[in-house]
Design a protein around this ligand. Structure first.
Ligand SMILES: C[S@@+](CC[C@H](N)C(=O)[O-])C[C@H]1O[C@@H](n2cnc3c(N)ncnc32)[C@H](O)[C@@H]1O
Length: 353
């Protein structure tokens, strides 16, 4: 039996996936021209309306006559609508070859997965949302975790993201101050990409992951089993994990928070504080804060999020996460936007002794 979880796409699926990547790259020139026309239409971004909805309408009116901007909007729209479907079709084509290995790693290995109790309802802000415009949200297809983790992330997002999304996860996993964490909680573990970076950085740590998506966690379990990692995975909300106080010495998350409204983010920090042992460390990373961009940058991020299926992004990016961490009780809090675009925004703190 083939024992690799890595997808080997067939010709049709590979061609469609490659087309998506190259279409994205090939349309960079038209996007750059659109950006030049935006800069010409808005020589002074600080003069834009303060209210974000009003700013959005103002910009759409100002750019309506710009053909490159309209084309890049249409390309973005097409990409958002099609990427999930194309990834799914490419997956269906290889499913007969993959099914034995998927089944094998679902059931063989040291990782465990506890689904939510049948009467446990998902939080209101999660229900009925097609995050990332994936039809049906995170859990629609029975193997959505595989499709998302191995095809959308490894084949599409990784190809488009400057610097590499996996290298970035490794860099963030290495930021906490100690190198001897023994009990780590990954909040919003999803298909296990950041969880793997944590495990590789702290090889002897026992890692626990929570996420609302059962499909994503099923794939995390396969990934862990394929590596011989004994992750304990739970379908539970990060703001109400159910773990005892002081269960962990490091609590971490990577790009979870922008999927939550502000109140839920505050609850996540409070929960991280509660489950950390005194002296334990917290690191949360998320999208660039609106406070770190000019008004044009905020408009770009905000409209991208609206069209990209991210209903809570605005609230999350508008928060001062360092302040939220302090309010939750953390000390020695520091926050930094990494790289030239201040992405991701990384907040660290410690539960006092
Ligand atoms: C962008 S993904 C996170 C990526 C992941 N950490 C990684 O490195 O690939 C966001 C994840 O957060 C999960 N999520 C959203 N709200 C949540 C909550 N309240 N509690 C736990 N997980 C949540 C989603 O199901 C999704 O899997």
């Amino acid at each position: 039996m083939n024992t690799s979880l890595t997808p080997v796409l067939k010709q049709r699926g590979r061609a469609s996936v490659d087309f998506l990547v190259h279409f994205g790259r090939g349309s960079q020139a038209v996007r750059a021209q659109g950006d030049r026309e935006i800069a010409a239409a808005v020589p002074d971004p600080s003069s834009l309306p303060d209210d974000l909805d009003e700013r959005g309408r103002w910009m759409e009116d100002a750019m309506a006559a710009s053909r490159p901007w309209r084309v890049s909007q249409a390309v973005g729209e097409w990409h958002s609508t099609m990427h999930g479907l194309i990834a799914r079709e490419a997956f269906e084509e290889i499913l007969p070859d993959l099914q034995p290995v998927i089944t094998h790693f679902q059931t063989n290995g040291p990782a465990t997965l506890e689904p939510a109790a049948p009467d446990e309802a998902a939080p209101f802000y999660w229900q009925g949302v097609n995050f990332h415009r994936t039809a049906g949200g995170w859990d629609d297809h029975p193997l959505q975790g595989y499709i998302h983790g191995e095809i959308v992330h490894r084949r599409l997002v990784e190809a488009m993201f400057p610097g590499g999304i996996f290298l970035q996860r490794r860099a963030i996993a290495g930021m906490p101050p100690r190198d001897d964490y023994a009990r780590i909680l990954d909040m919003g573990a999803s298909t296990g990409h950041f969880t793997a970076a944590l495990q590789e950085t702290y090889p002897s740590a026992q890692i626990t992951g929570v996420d609302l998506s059962l499909r994503a966690l099923e794939h995390a379990q396969r990934v862990a089993n394929a590596h011989g990692w004994g992750w304990r995975l739970y379908q539970r909300p990060a703001e109400r994990t159910g773990f005892a106080e002081a269960s962990f010495d490091l609590v971490a998350s990577y790009i979870l928070l922008h999927e939550l409204p502000a109140e839920a983010i505050r609850a996540v920090f409070a929960e991280a504080f509660r489950v950390l042992e005194p002296g334990g460390d917290m690191i949360m990373s998320d999208v660039t804060r609106y406070a770190d961009m000019d008004k044009l940058g905020v408009w770009r991020a905000d409209s991208g999020a609206r069209y990209g299926g991210e209903p809570h992004w605005r609230e999350a990016a508008s928060l001062d996460l360092a302040e939220v961490a302090r309010q939750a009780g953390f000390v020695d809090v520091n926050a930094v936007g990494l790289g030239p675009r201040a992405y991701p925004h990384v907040v660290q703190g410690r539960r006092p002794l």
